[in-house]
Design a protein around this ligand. Structure first.
Ligand code: EPZ
Length: 422
């Protein structure tokens, strides 16, 4: 049995310019959102990632027309049908669950197989379901399949026990077509939610307070076509800030919203990384000064993003002294540490915390991408390790990073893909 790996020859300094793509975590919600419209919707700045391909399959199963021209995707739901989503395509990504909210909003019922996604510890959707029930849906679950049905959707006040990104967006999808007013309290404030609300508003939805912890929605009868450009991917941008700090000399990262990266930028400054923020770009001067250890605690936005603690861990292995990463979102999001230790890192694990003893030189090895952001952490490690690193399970990386190899080769990295025998 052979397997395709990403192979990196480490030690080459990176220089030049990289342009950040559209945000994956907005894209996987924006594309399902388009089916709430009764007319075609155009989305610009769509990243080239496998999650988009998986969503296009689901849209076609609903008899939507999907056309792709470069980074523009047009979805035409004019002849869409009220059909169950129970094919294997549903399991390719966790964000399939957004079809629960949009189909409930559009047809007042939906039948969908339990979503897949990276293993980051238990990932329930109880808050999504609680929101749908509050709007009037009856929910049954059999053979790995959810069935949601409502005679009608009536606006309600919904308090989220946890400021869940997915639950906030999914409830928004059903509420925009519910009768009357819905208030979501303790809502998540991530920028991707604001981007989704901007699209819905352009389609005719009535939404206020997005980006705060209280969102108010007045339901409407119809939503119409429009076009939308996706915000830049703050997690890809953060990943490249760390790549530049770890392996760069002078790297210009374009198409960034610096405000979305405040927590990471302040931590990198605390570590001693030299950066210049110029409008929607950041120049990172890598390798100019020794790196200091720091402590990280992941929080919901605008706190330090859980998705960035894994890539940053690789940089922390190069900082003098002991750093600590405390996870408050996904307690088990530490599978990258074992892989980094195979390359010479010295990371210990405690309860929802990693202790990174630095600085430790890294050497190439064959390592496994256990999830998307672990894959990113291993790419960064490969760039700075001596010798060759081979990363397996690279489908995780391709789910969330648009042409990462090409972007890195443009900066001077020695990175290829080839088949190995298992
Ligand atoms: C989104 O996941 C992102 N994915 C994740 O990015 C990101 O890590 C996460 O938000 C936190 O920022 C997408 O947007 C597609 P949550 P989501 O609902 O919506 C618990 C990446 O690497 N929870 O905010 O699933 C849950 O178990 C991915 O790009 C419930 O208990 O995150 C977790 O502990 C990984 N019940 C916490 O909330 C629920 O009903 C965060 O979940 C829902 C969530």
């Amino acid at each position: 049995m052979s397997e395709r790996v990403i192979a990196i020859e480490g030690g080459y300094k990176l220089n030049g310019t990289v342009r950040i793509s559209g945000a994956k975590n907005a894209t996987v919600a924006l594309i399902p959102a388009t089916v709430l419209s009764d007319e075609p919707v155009e989305i610009y700045g769509v990243p080239e990632i496998s999650d988009v391909k998986a969503l296009a399959i689901l849209l076609k199963e609903l008899n939507c027309e999907v056309s792709v021209e470069g980074d523009k995707v047009t979805i035409d739901p004019t002849h869409m049908k009220d059909l169950p989503l129970v094919s294997d395509a549903v399991n390719k990504l966790r964000a399939s669950y957004y079809f629960m909210g949009v189909l409930l909003g559009k047809y007042k019922r939906v039948k969908i197989k339990m979503p897949g996604g990276c293993y980051l510890g238990p990932r329930p959707i109880d808050l999504h379901l609680k929101g749908f029930e509050a709007l009037g849906a009856k929910i049954t679950y059999e053979d790995d399949t959810y069935i949601l049905e409502a005679d009608e959707l009536i606006g309600n006040r919904i308090y989220l026990d946890f400021a869940s990104v997915g639950a906030t967006i999914n409830i928004l999808f059903a509420a925009v077509k519910a009768k009357g007013k819905t208030v979501i309290e303790n809502a998540a404030k991530e920028p991707e939610i604001i981007d989704v609300a901007n699209l819905l508003t352009k389609m005719g939805a009535k939404i206020r307070g997005v980006g705060t912890d209280t969102i108010t929605i007045e339901g409407v009868e119809h939503l119409h076509g429009t076009f939308h450009e996706i915000i830049p991917d703050r997690i890809e941008a953060g990943t490249f800030l760390v790549i530049a700090a770890a392996a760069g000399e002078k790297v210009l990262i374009q198409n960034i919203i610096p405000q979305h990266l405040e927590a990471l930028i302040s931590k990198l400054k605390e570590m001693g990384v030299e950066m210049e923020v110029i409008g929607d770009s950041i120049i990172v001067y890598g390798g100019r000064a020794p790196l200091h250890h720091v402590n990280i605690k992941t929080q919901t936005y605008p706190g330090f993003a859980t998705d960035l603690q894994q890539p940053l861990t690789t940089l922390l292995t190069q900082a003098e002294g002991d750093s600590q990463v405390k996870e408050t979102i996904y307690a088990e999001r530490f599978k990258h540490c074992e892989q980094l230790n195979k390359m010479g890192a010295n990371i210990e694990l405690e309860e929802a915390t990693s202790i990174i003893h630095g600085a430790t030189p890294l050497h190439g090895a064959r390592v496994e991408a256990t999830d998307l952001r672990c894959g990113a952490a291993l790419v960064i490690a490969g760039l700075i390790a001596t010798g060759k690193t081979e990363i397996t399970n690279i489908y995780h990386i391709d789910r969330g990073y648009d042409n990462i190899d090409h972007k890195l080769i443009t900066l001077g990295a020695h990175i290829t893909r080839y088949e190995i025998d298992d």
